[in-house]
Design a protein around this ligand. Structure first.
Ligand code: SF4
Length: 249
């Protein structure tokens, strides 16, 4: 099977640009095939000085039509979970790994009007990654929460697995291929809210999701230089420090 290579977004990302300029430039990105069928580029929302960034997969049907990330059912669930750990969504920088909606046409023979979500392939993740790296370089958050496999693979590599790697703080080291020198922060992977909405046991999945987000909240409240080496134990659903002593965020 041949793999289609795309030029990628690098040629569209203005060097040294701030968030507003990145957002404007992304409107005309043609770095991969997804720009054509989608309604519009869905870049990000939230303040440039946010201490917490949340990275999803790609805009969904609602987001594609409205041009804003996480404004559909998954976004509402994210808002609720953030609220439970004391984080106001308006203080969070919210973005996606891939900035255009990937979908197939529904109905018999693909001729229907319903648009069915398609997971981005590695080629789309790679093509769009320059936008993600550029915006994270500008925002430079203390914690980047990765929602699901696509975001995890983009920033932690192709071997990332949500079930194995979620719920623990992973040092985010500045990379040579990033457009600006970054302070080291933390990555924290967890489920994508859409996966919770599809889960057989939504209550259990949501409880685990909130526990992961509580760890991010803990870093924000305890300070950036020395966050605890903590992880969520999904067998016990609690927050533990390095010595496995329960702590209260
Ligand atoms: S998905 Fe990303 S790389 Fe592809 S056209 Fe959209 S913004 Fe550009």
């Amino acid at each position: 099977m041949s793999v289609v290579a795309f030029p990628g977004a690098a040629g569209f990302v203005p060097a040294g640009a701030g968030l507003a300029a990145l957002r404007t430039a992304a409107l005309t990105c043609a770095g991969c095939e997804l720009a054509g069928p989608a309604t519009q580029t869905v870049f990000s929302a939230g303040p440039a000085g946010a201490r917490l960034a949340v990275v999803g997969e790609q805009p969904g049907d609602v987001e594609d039509r409205r041009g804003m990330p996480f404004v559909g059912p998954a976004g509402q669930l994210l808002d609720r979970a953030l609220g439970e750990v004391g984080i106001d969504r308006s203080t969070v920088y919210v973005t996606n790994t891939v900035k255009h909606f990937r979908f197939s046409a529904g109905g018999e023979g693909g001729g229907g009007t319903r648009r069915i979500h398609q997971t981005p392939d590695t080629v789309h993740i790679d093509a769009c990654k320059p936008w993600l790296l550029a915006e994270l370089a500008v925002v430079d958050p203390d914690v980047v929460v990765l929602l699901g496999a696509t975001a995890g693979k983009a920033l932690l590599g192709p071997t990332f697995r949500v079930t194995r790697d979620r719920g623990r703080l992973i040092p985010r080291v500045a990379r040579r291929d990033e457009p600006a020198a970054l302070q080291a922060g933390w990555l924290l992977a967890t489920l994508h809210p859409s996966a919770i909405l599809r889960a057989d046991d939504q209550d259990a999945a949501y409880t685990g999701f909130v526990a992961d987000l509580r760890l991010a909240a803990l870093v924000l409240t305890t300070g950036r230089p020395h966050p605890p080496q903590a992880r969520v134990d999904h067998g016990l659903v609690g927050v533990f420090d390095q010595g496995r002593t329960p702590t209260t965020p």
